[in-house]
Every structure is written in structure tokens, then in C-alpha cells.
Design a protein around this ligand. Structure first.
Ligand code: FES
Length: 151
């Protein structure tokens, strides 16, 4: 008896479906410059951390702002936790976040891989696109804070 193998190939879109927004401050509930995030010592060297910032102000509570903090030495890079492919978080939980310390971070939906240093997608369906970079500074008290936009 012979078996018939039928293959079904469903191709994902190769172009990003979510080209907007192009700047982190255009995302809902983006924190203001100066917003403290966490102590630098709470972030291990080579760690990529999912971090959420609660919205502040009057009115109804809103969704927190989701970001990624990547430490390399005393340098911290920050990106919106938003894949350039479909605009979804790179991972739903910290333990699902895929990264190679100091090198890259990947989306766990379709595995686009982004460079640690600048958030450029170097492989995957959104190659050439970037994570939205967020300026951060470490202040004199050792707190990582949202920086001015020119950082
Ligand atoms: S949603 Fe497709 S690679 Fe992230």
C-alpha cells in the first residue's frame, strides 16, 4: 500500500504589516523623559529584561508600556517590546524571551532576530526593519531612566 503525502505550504507575509508607528513616543502610554525604570544593579550584565511601565495620571487605568532592557557592561539599550513584523511583543513572558547575551534578541512568534546594539532585524520576515529604540540614561543614583530623545 502506498502512502500519498500531501504538503500544504502556507507562506507568511514577507513584508511587515505594521509599519506604523515609527517612533517609540507615538506608542500608547509611552513614558515621559526622566521616568525611572529600575536600578542598574537589578539588571545583570548580558541580561535582556522585559519591563513594563505603569501609566500615571488621572483617569482610567491604561495598559502598561512594554519595553525591553538589554545590559552590556554599564551600557543599557532599551527597545519597545514590539516586533517590527506584526507589532506584537517579542515574547509573552520573561521566560519565553529568546536572546543571546550582548549579541541578539529574537521574536518568539516567527523568530525574527534583532541586533542587541541597535535593534536592527538581521534575519527573519522583517529583515532591515528595526525595533523602536528608546533613549535611556543611568543617573548619578544608579537608576536607569528614560532619557531625553536626543540620547
Ligand atoms: S511577529 Fe513575526 S517575527 Fe515577530
Amino acid at each position: 500500500m502506498s502512502a500519498v503525502l500531501t504538503m500544504i505550504c502556507i507562506k507568511r507575509p514577507t513584508m511587515p504589516l505594521t509599519s506604523e508607528p515609527t517612533h517609540w513616543q507615538a506608542l500608547p502610554n509611552a513614558p515621559q523623559p526622566g521616568t525611572p525604570l529600575l536600578a542598574l544593579e537589578a539588571l545583570q550584565d548580558g541580561q535582556a529584561l522585559m519591563h513594563s511601565v505603569a501609566s500615571v495620571g488621572a483617569g482610567e487605568p491604561t495598559k502598561p508600556f512594554l519595553m525591553l532592557l538589554l545590559r552590556s557592561g554599564n551600557t543599557v539599550k532599551a527597545y519597545a517590546n514590539r516586533c517590527a513584523h506584526f507589532g506584537v511583543p517579542l515574547a509573552a513572558r520573561q521566560d519565553l524571551l529568546i536572546f543571546t547575551p550582548h549579541t541578539s534578541i529574537s521574536c518568539n512568534v516567527h523568530y525574527a532576530r534583532y541586533r542587541w546594539e541597535d535593534g536592527l532585524c538581521v534575519s527573519g520576515d522583517c529583515e532591515g526593519e528595526s525595533l523602536l529604540s528608546i533613549p535611556v540614561v543611568v543617573n548619578a543614583q544608579g537608576m536607569v531612566c528614560i532619557g531625553p530623545d536626543s540620547v
